[in-house]
Design a protein. Structure first.
Length: 94
């Protein structure tokens, strides 16, 4: 399959899913679409992984300076403010 843009691959994948869910395809057509869908899914995952590697977070150091660091899911979760669940009366649940 020729290299296509992520958005195009995703649209094509959505169309394949809809076609398969409709159930109006022959077994051979369904298998062909399924195989194409797997290929597109892998292509999209590969493109997302490449994009993820390019992302950098701008983190503020304790001394007030900013520093660019490679993207790391754990550091992103730690940097994100934690939201606490609240009960009906506004008390923290955890």
């Amino acid at each position: 399959m020729a290299e296509i843009k992520f958005e195009e691959a995703l649209k094509r994948l959505e169309k394949i899913v809809n076609d398969l869910e409709d159930g109006n395809l022959s077994l051979d057509s369904s298998l062909e679409k399924y195989e194409e869908g797997i290929t597109l899914s892998k292509m999209c995952a590969k493109k997302l992984e490449a994009a993820k590697k390019k992302v950098e977070l701008l983190l503020k150091n304790e001394d007030g300076t900013f520093e660019l660091k490679p993207f790391d899911e754990r550091s992103a979760e730690e940097a994100a403010p934690k939201k606490r669940a609240k009960g009906k009366t506004g008390e923290n649940l955890f």
